[in-house]
Ligand binder design. Structure first.
Ligand SMILES: NC(=O)c1ccc[n+]([C@@H]2O[C@H](COP(=O)([O-])OP(=O)(O)OC[C@H]3O[C@@H](n4cnc5c(N)ncnc54)[C@H](OP(=O)(O)O)[C@@H]3O)[C@@H](O)[C@H]2O)c1
Length: 166
């Protein structure tokens, strides 16, 4: 089983115009440290949204899913389905993290492909066009890992939660 990592606004927004909306270095640090030396599975749009200087995400195996059999890019491995991408590395010592975007999160949740979610909840609504899907909280144990206040580098307060499938 894979894990999932995401940052969500209070109104469930996760992105706008194929980009991230907020700048929260403390949450980005958590994301980087968590996924470092592991495998990250992402949708083709998420891959395209990563600025050139950070793509591929360093020190991680970058796995992209696309329905386009012609799609390939430097620095990533491509699969035609989320299942195939996760299945390919199930014997690997590294963790596999589903890192979005919206379509890939929705697919992974709907098809029960993840048993742990690391969810950053930002204490604010944002205007956006991509959302994290609704899921049934009753099926998950929830543990608070970190609360981060507003500070000089992080303009929004946030919490980081670990959800573990019951
Ligand atoms: N806040 C966060 O934590 C976070 C994290 C990640 C991303 N984001 C944001 O999310 C947005 C991007 O999300 P998105 O929903 O637009 O796109 P996405 O999920 O990143 O990528 C969608 C693409 O993935 C491929 N795809 C989707 N479902 C598939 C399936 N079942 N099998 C095979 N391939 C599949 C298709 O690629 P083809 O068109 O090539 O077939 C599709 O166009 C951006 O705004 C980004 O900044 C936010």
């Amino acid at each position: 089983m894979a894990k999932l990592i995401v940052a969500i606004a209070s109104n469930r927004v996760i992105g706008k115009n194929n980009d991230l909306i907020w700048h929260l270095p403390a949450d980005m640090k958590f994301f980087t440290e968590t996924t470092k030396n592991n495998i990250v599975v992402m949708g083709r749009k998420n891959w395209n949204s990563i600025p050139d200087k950070y793509r591929p995400l360093p020190h991680r195996l970058n796995v992209v899913v696309s329905r386009d059999p012609e799609f390939s890019d430097e620095g990533c491995v491509v699969f035609g389905s989320v299942e195939d991408a996760i299945e390919a590395y199930k014997m690997d010592d590294r963790e596999t993290y589903v890192i979005g975007g919206g379509q890939i999160y929705a697919y992974a949740l709907k098809h029960n492909l993840v048993d742990e979610m690391l969810i950053t909840t930002i204490h604010q609504d944002f205007d956006g066009d991509t959302f994290f899907p609704d899921f049934n909280e009753d099926n998950w144990e929830k543990q608070l890992l970190m609360s981060h206040p507003i500070d000089e580098r992080n303009p929004h307060a946030f919490d980081v939660w670990r959800y573990t499938k019951k």
